[in-house]
Design a protein around this ligand. Structure first.
Ligand code: GCU
Length: 415
């Protein structure tokens, strides 16, 4: 798992050597959140559209309209996967009208015994589809990979097979009756400053340079979110899957991408952000752990150029994370934290979900209750769910157990 850069280099933010990373709850300065405008349920579509436009303008940039329809190629199918539990499909999805993008490889498992269309979890992975499964015939990704113990010069080493399997407990998910699909995020855009040239943003810019211009041009998080929606384009057509029960899951930077996909794409019924931190579920005005300044300094390619204006002044940003989370209303939202993941400000993630909860009320739905940060592993909330687990940054089987419980609670009653 990734360690925060600032952690490796000491506790001083890299942004403007003037800001010292705060990890002391007693030193969090007072802050005032922008109001969450919640009227009657009938007003929400209009309020939601206005808020969404603000996030595009100030944080993530504009997502261009999708040119044409996806094209899907089946690269492989097997019936006897995950110890006989699952049918496995390998797919390649691209956009014929966006020829500059090479497309993305999808790994999809569907429970063998399914009698009716099943719900499906889906999300991006960090290290290639081969890394999430111990099945050695899943091909290694050919797209850019971040160098690490199992990756050399951006190419997967044989040891990368199954290396991230603990973050993707495929057998457990399928045994609970859910399908699960994943794509490597590098298929959408390599994660570095110049990565846009080799991903969907570059492909769009080749067609229309204005998509890459101006303060509200989209960033890499937007490109990764775009890929999630193109995966939804396919999932809703697979007759084995229930299009009304699709759950996006993302961890850390890919939790930021899952949130941005989830708030934009209302076909996604459940949005799960695991330890998504600053620029994700954590309140930006709460000075604890990573700041906007750290984000835009260390990852200048993730957000729209305008976001950098708020590097040392989060209070000037017209929006904050509770409003991003509220954009999921009245659908299901789940936020998860790890107690020692101070860089992500776990308490700030909880507070954002709590403040967002008002957006569910006009629909007669309930988010998180008022009250303190819950104890470890106590799952709270109704249509908005939350847990914090002990330990550090990572997507673990224990987190997945909560996601499955939450999805089963809401979905098994109705189907
Ligand atoms: C860095 C970054 C975080 C991000 C994390 C990750 O630590 O500062 O914002 O969430 O990487 O993606 O693992």
């Amino acid at each position: 798992m990734r360690l925060p850069l600032a952690f490796l280099l000491g506790a001083t933010s890299l942004c403007a050597q003037t800001h010292t990373t705060n990890v002391d709850e007693r030193k969090v300065p007072a802050y005032t959140l922008p109001a969450l405008a919640v009227g009657e349920a009938k007003d929400w579509p209009r309020q939601r559209a206005a808020l969404l436009a603000q996030f595009a303008h100030h944080v993530h940039g504009r997502t261009p309209a999708t040119p044409g329809k996806i094209r899907v190629r089946v690269d492989g199918e097997r019936d006897d996967c995950l110890g006989g539990l699952a049918h496995r499909t390998l797919l390649h999805i691209d956009l014929p009208e966006l020829p500059g993008w090479h497309g993305m490889d999808v790994l999809l498992y569907v429970p063998q015994q399914a009698k009716a269309p099943v719900p499906c979890f889906f999300g991006l992975n960090f290290a290639g589809n081969q890394s999430v499964t111990d099945e050695s015939d899943v091909p290694s990704t050919v797209a850019w990979l971040e160098d690490g113990p199992n990756v050399l010069a951006h190419h997967a080493l044989p040891t990368s097979a199954g290396a991230d399997a603990s973050s993707w407990p495929l057998r457990t998910v399928v045994a609970h009756g859910f399908a699960i699909a994943t794509v490597h995020y590098g298929d959408l855009e390599p994660d570095h400053k110049d990565g846009w040239r080799d991903g969907v943003r570059g492909a769009f810019a080749a067609k229309d340079a204005t998509t890459h211009e101006g303060d509200a041009a989209w960033g890499a998080v937007g490109a990764w979110a775009f890929g999630l929606s193109r995966l939804v384009d396919h999932l809703v057509t697979d007759p084995r899957l229930d299009p009304a029960r699709l759950a996006v899951v993302g961890h850390s930077r890919l939790g930021k991408a899952a949130l941005w996909a989830g708030v934009q794409d209302e076909r996604i019924a459940l949005v799960i952000a695991n330890e998504s931190g600053e620029g994700g579920a954590a309140l930006m005005r709460r000075d604890f752990g990573e700041t906007i300044g750290d984000l835009v300094h260390n990852f200048p390619h993730w957000f729209c150029p305008r976001f950098a204006e708020y590097a040392n002044a989060p209070e000037r940003c017209p929006v904050d994370a509770h409003q991003l989370l509220a954009l999921c209303a009245p659908r299901l939202l789940y936020v998860a934290s790890a107690r020692d993941d101070w860089w992500c400000d776990p308490r700030g993630e909880f507070l954002a979900a709590q403040h967002a909860s008002a957006a569910w009320e006009p629909f007669g739905k309930r988010g998180l209750p008022a009250g303190d940060w819950p104890a470890n592993h106590v799952r709270i909330g109704n249509e908005v769910g939350y847990h914090v687990r002990p330990g550090e940054h990572g997507l673990t089987p224990a987190d997945w157990r909560h996601f499955l419980d939450f999805a089963e609670l809401h979905w098994s009653q109705k189907h």
